[in-house]
Ligand binder design. Structure first.
Ligand SMILES: CC(C)=CCC/C(C)=C/CC/C(C)=C/CC/C(C)=C/COC[C@H](O)COP(=O)(O)O
Ligand code: GRG
Ligand code: MG
Length: 284
C-alpha cells in the first residue's frame, strides 16, 4: 500500500472536518467570552488541545468500533484495510498526548475541562456508548464544552455558556438520529442504545423535542442583545435546516443526520458572524 494511501487513512481516522470545526468552536468560545489579541497564545493552545482531542477521540472510536463498522461503515479506514487496528490505537494515543501537552499551557479551569473531556473520550466507546442515552449526552456535552473550554482559556469559563448549551442540545438530537441510522450494527454488537431500548420512533420524537427547545433558545443571543441581525440572518436558516433534518429523520435518518450537521455548521458560522458584527459595532 502506498505511503499516500496510508497517510490518507490516518488523516481520515481523525475526521479532520470535525476536528477543525471543534477548534473553531473553541476559538468562538474564547472571542465570545471577551478574548483579545493579548490572549493569542492561550487561545492557540486551547484550539490545538481541542483539535488533537477530537482527532484522538475519533480515532479511538474507530479502533473500538472496528467490528461494528464492518457492518455500519465498511468504507472507514480500519474495516477497509487502509490502517491496521494497532496502528490506529497508537496513532490515537499520540494525538491524546498532543492534547495533554497543549492543555498544560492553559489556566487551571481549562486544564480541568481538558482532563474531564479526555477521560470521557477514552471511556465513551467501550463504557458509555452502549448505555441508552448516556453516550448521546456525553458526546453532546463534549461538543458543547468546546465553547466553555475557549472561555476558560481566557479566564471566563462561562463566557459563552448559552452557545455551549445550544451546541449540546443540537448535538444530542443528531446523536439520537445517528443511533437510529446505526441500529443494525449496534444490535449485532449488543449495544443498548436509546433506539434499541425504547424504539426508533419514541427516540426520534424525543430528539425532535430537544431540537425544538434548542431552536427556540437560539433566539436568546439576539433577545439579550449579545448578537444583532447579522446573527439572525444566519441562525434562522440554520434552525430551519436542523428542523427539516429532524422531520426527515423519521423517514431517512442518514439524510437527516447529514442535514442536521449542515445546519449545525451554519449555526456555528452564525455565532462567529454575530460576534464579529457585535465587535465591529455593526448595528444590523
Ligand atoms: C439551535 C442551534 C443554534 C444550535 C447550535 C448548533 C451548533 C453550533 C453545533 C456545533 C456543531 C459542530 C460545529 C460540532 C463540531 C464537530 C464535532 C465535534 C462534532 C461531534 O460529532 C460527533 C459525531 O458523532 C461525529 O459523527 P460524524 O459527524 O458523522 O463523523
Ligand atoms: C475541548 C476538548 C479538550 C475536547 C473536546 C473534544 C470534542 C469536541 C469531542 C466531540 C465529540 C467527539 C469527537 C467524540 C468522539 C467519539 C465519536 C466519534 C463519537 C460518535 O461515535 P459513534 O457513536 O461510534 O458514531 P460514528 O462512529 O458512527 O460517528
Ligand atoms: Mg463509531
Amino acid at each position: 500500500m502506498s505511503l499516500g494511501v496510508r497517510a490518507r487513512g490516518f488523516l481520515e481516522l481523525t475526521r479532520p472536518g470535525n476536528a477543525i470545526a471543534a477548534g473553531v468552536l473553541t476559538f468562538t468560545g474564547a472571542i465570545v467570552a471577551g478574548g483579545t489579541l493579548e490572549d493569542t497564545f492561550v487561545v492557540i493552545a486551547a484550539i490545538l488541545a481541542t483539535v488533537f482531542a477530537t482527532g484522538a477521540g475519533n480515532a479511538i472510536n474507530d479502533y473500538f468500533d472496528r467490528d461494528i463498522d464492518r457492518i455500519n461503515r465498511p468504507d472507514r479506514p480500519i474495516p477497509r484495510g487502509a490502517v491496521s487496528a494497532d496502528a490506529a490505537k497508537w496513532f490515537s494515543i499520540a494525538l491524546f498526548g498532543g492534547a495533554v501537552v497543549s492543555a498544560l499551557a492553559l489556566p487551571l479551569v481549562a486544564l480541568a475541562i481538558a482532563v474531564v473531556n479526555l477521560t470521557a473520550l477514552v471511556a465513551y466507546t467501550e463504557f458509555l456508548k452502549g448505555l441508552p442515552g448516556v453516550g448521546n449526552v456525553v458526546v453532546a456535552a463534549l461538543t458543547g464544552s468546546t465553547f466553555l473550554f475557549g472561555g476558560a482559556a481566557i479566564g471566563e469559563p462561562l463566557g459563552a455558556v448559552v452557545l455551549a448549551v445550544l451546541a449540546a442540545l443540537a448535538t444530542l438530537t443528531r446523536e439520537i438520529v445517528k443511533d437510529v441510522e446505526d441500529i443494525a450494527g449496534d444490535k449485532e454488537e449488543g449495544l443498548r442504545t436509546l433506539p434499541i431500548v425504547v424504539g426508533e420512533r419514541p427516540s426520534l420524537v424525543f430528539g425532535t423535542g430537544v431540537l425544538v427547545v434548542a431552536v427556540l433558545a437560539s433566539a436568546v443571543p439576539y433577545l439579550d442583545g449579545e448578537f444583532g441581525l447579522a446573527y439572525l440572518g444566519l441562525v434562522v436558516p440554520a434552525d430551519v435546516l436542523m428542523l427539516a433534518g429532524t422531520i426527515q429523520s423519521f423517514e431517512d435518518p442518514t439524510l437527516a443526520q447529514r442535514r442536521l450537521k449542515h445546519g449545525m455548521f451554519l449555526a456555528a458560522a452564525a455565532f462567529i458572524v454575530g460576534r464579529v458584527a457585535a465587535l465591529g459595532g455593526v448595528s444590523v
